[in-house]
Design a protein around this ligand. Structure first.
Ligand code: PRP
Ligand code: URA
Length: 209
């Protein structure tokens, strides 16, 4: 699928195997979400703009480059997206963070928005949305729409696990948005859960069930 990057790496597969396991503890689940998010972010900012800087090593002066961190904002979709924040800010510690509050109605499976607070200068930034699960794609589409309404032009979406059905919907509606996912799973079940998936990401991160 165009504009969808799946992380294919033995370490990612290893970490996902532990993450998916229903016996994995909340503590370990959180740590793995953080670690995989770091790798997703690392991959997603491969195209980062660099500023030329001059530094001095103990040996000599040199011209080199640094990432202009002011170009980014992270936007976790509440709740589960919060679990990814610690990982991505290890990669870009000074990026700004906004919050998109959204939950999926258990009967209609449609997202319900309840909170939206983003940095004032979001329009000038590249917006990186965080949500561990992209299932039907409804939440991703609504989050992208909200940011586009604010005038954001460059949007990326980072998710740990995605379903082919949701990826198709999001890429069809927003072909300009690049999606980075650790794994594209098989399908959605009758309750619109990802199969094989990992269950309810929010509940597993926060230990609510
Ligand atoms: C989950 C997940 C996504 C959404 C994905 O959130 O974190 O936001 O569902 O489903 P979709 O692609 O079909 O829209 P949930 O509604 O469980 O809320 P939570 O994060 O508060 O647990
Ligand atoms: N939300 C989740 O947390 N898991 C799924 O499989 C689908 C939506």
């Amino acid at each position: 699928m165009k504009n969808v990057t799946e992380l294919k790496h033995p370490i990612i597969e290893h970490k996902l195997s532990i993450l998916r396991d229903k016996k994995t503890s909340t503590k370990e689940f959180r740590e793995l979400i953080k670690e995989i998010s770091m790798f997703l972010c690392y991959e997603a900012i491969k195209d980062a703009k660099l500023d030329e800087v001059e530094i001095e090593t103990p040996i000599t002066k040199m011209k080199t480059h640094k990432v202009n961190e002011d170009q980014y904002a992270f936007l976790p979709i509440l709740r589960a997206g919060l679990g990814m924040v610690d990982g991505v800010i290890e990669v870009l510690p000074t990026a700004k963070i906004g919050h998109i509050g959204m939950y999926r109605d258990e009967e209609t499976f449609k997202p319900v928005n309840y909170f939206f607070k983003v940095p004032k200068d979001i329009k000038k930034r590249e917006a990186i949305i965080l949500d561990p699960m992209l299932a039907t794609g409804g939440s991703a589409i609504d989050a992208i729409e909200l940011l586009k309404e604010k005038g954001v032009e460059k949007i990326k979406f980072l998710c740990i696990i995605s379903a082919p059905e949701g990826l198709k919907s999001v890429t069809k509606k927003y072909p300009d948005v690049k999606i980075f996912t650790a794994c594209i799973d098989n399908h959605l079940n009758e309750n619109k859960y990802i199969v094989p998936g990992l269950g309810d990401a929010g509940d597993r991160i926060f230990g609510t069930k």
